[in-house]
Design a protein around this ligand. Structure first.
Ligand SMILES: Cc1cc2nc3c(=O)[nH]c(=O)nc-3n(C[C@H](O)[C@H](O)[C@H](O)COP(=O)(O)OP(=O)(O)OC[C@H]3O[C@@H](n4cnc5c(N)ncnc54)[C@H](O)[C@@H]3O)c2cc1C
Length: 332
């Protein structure tokens, strides 16, 4: 089967703004699509190719989003031509609840029937969920603008947006699982997960974020909210890779039974002990290490200095993500 191709031409001021960014743009292709830039007398042609319309839609949105974040490019006119459906965002899917189960006292697993489960089987683990503003309420799905980015509805139809992790993908059954931490006070996502019933619909935009690392050694750290990506990374650990994971819980009752591959270690800790445990970790593994954390904002900031300072990792070898904030929601 031949790939689908979308392209966008730039000239004049837009070309000038992009001229210094061509190497950065070339590096953006990942996770099921390719990107290339070609310069000619007419200007610059940026093209994307992907195996199907969903991956092409994801590529359009990711590349347009990255370009808009580049210096001087925030207002750049960008309109894709070529393949793809200009009326639908292929990377926004409708998910229907199949069933729910209680994994631990504060972790509820919701299994969803999704339109295209294989879309989520790669190295991008996160999605942005689209939820109704009120239990039982309705929301409208975003439509694409010419740049392939979502245009959101206004008022009561605007969905609540929250980031979550796809804990597992069962491609053959067309299902994915998401593990929701049931925290107090419950926000809209937690309340939805607590009360949802088979057949209920939500939307999912993505996958989003950065691909997981396949460094020979991954140091992973997090609380209950990062446990879904940590356990998925352990389950999907490839030959030649190793994982050293540190998970801080509010309560020992939140521990899960885990079948650990030989190359993986998992340390269960209490909140408050996470930063000290990582600070005390012997280091010196060198270039083949990548460290990742998903925690509350304040811990995330402390872990940044542990990874960059105590463990001596260079900037490109660690990432600390604030998964939630003790004082109010994080804007997605
Ligand atoms: C990349 C990424 C992946 C994530 N994956 C998951 C996942 O798989 N499972 C998961 O459960 N969460 C995950 N999270 C965290 C989740 O997005 C937040 O916890 C989110 O705030 C929950 O939304 P809410 O509507 O329930 O609460 P909000 O409306 O956001 O917040 C309501 C109140 O609850 C507090 N709060 C929010 N989260 C927590 C918490 N975890 N513990 C205690 N208090 C909290 C807030 O401070 C606020 O006061 C992820 C976050 C990111 C960035």
């Amino acid at each position: 089967m031949t790939d689908l191709v979308a392209y966008c031409r730039f000239s004049g001021a837009a070309l000038e703004a992009l001229a210094g960014q061509l190497d950065a743009i070339d590096r953006l292709g990942a996770g099921g699509f390719r990107v290339s830039c070609e310069r000619s007398r007419q200007g610059l042609c940026l093209s994307l190719s992907a195996a199907d319309w969903r991956r092409l839609a994801l590529a359009k949105a990711r590349i347009a989003g990255e370009i808009r974040r580049m210096p001087g490019c925030a207002n750049l006119a960008l309109a894709w031509a070529g393949d793809g459906d200009p009326e639908r965002l292929g990377h926004v899917q409708r998910w229907h609840v199949s069933r729910a189960s209680q994994v631990t006292p504060h972790l509820r697993r919701i299994s969803f029937a999704v339109e295209d489960a294989a879309f989520y089987a790669g190295d991008l683990h996160h999605v942005r969920l689209l939820l109704p503003q009120r239990h039982g309420g309705v929301f409208a799905y975003p439509k694409p603008c010419p740049a392939g980015l979502p245009v959101w509805p206004e008022g009561e139809l605007m969905p609540v947006l929250r980031n979550y992790t796809i804990r597992s993908v069962r491609t053959e059954l067309g299902e994915v699982d998401v593990d929701f931490v049931l925290h107090e006070p419950a926000g809209p996502a937690t309340a939805w997960a607590r009360d949802c019933r088979p057949g209920d619909e939500i939307g999912a935009l993505g996958p989003i974020g950065q691909p997981i690392s396949h460094a020979p050694l991954r140091i992973l750290a997090g609380d209950e909210t990062a446990l879904p990506t940590i356990l998925r990374q352990i389950e999907e650990c490839r030959p030649g890779e190793a994982i050293d994971a540190y998970v801080a819980l509010a309560d020992d009752a939140e521990r899960q039974e885990v079948a650990l591959p030989e190359a993986c270690r998992l340390h269960w800790l209490r909140y408050g002990d996470l930063v000290d445990a990582l600070q005390a970790r012997p280091c010196g593994e060198g270039d083949g290490v990548f460290a990742y954390s998903g925690t509350e904002l304040a811990t995330s900031q402390r872990l940044k200095s542990v990874f960059g300072g105590d463990l001596g990792l260079p900037r490109g070898q660690f990432r600390c993500v604030a998964y939630w904030r003790a004082q109010g929601a994080i804007a997605p």
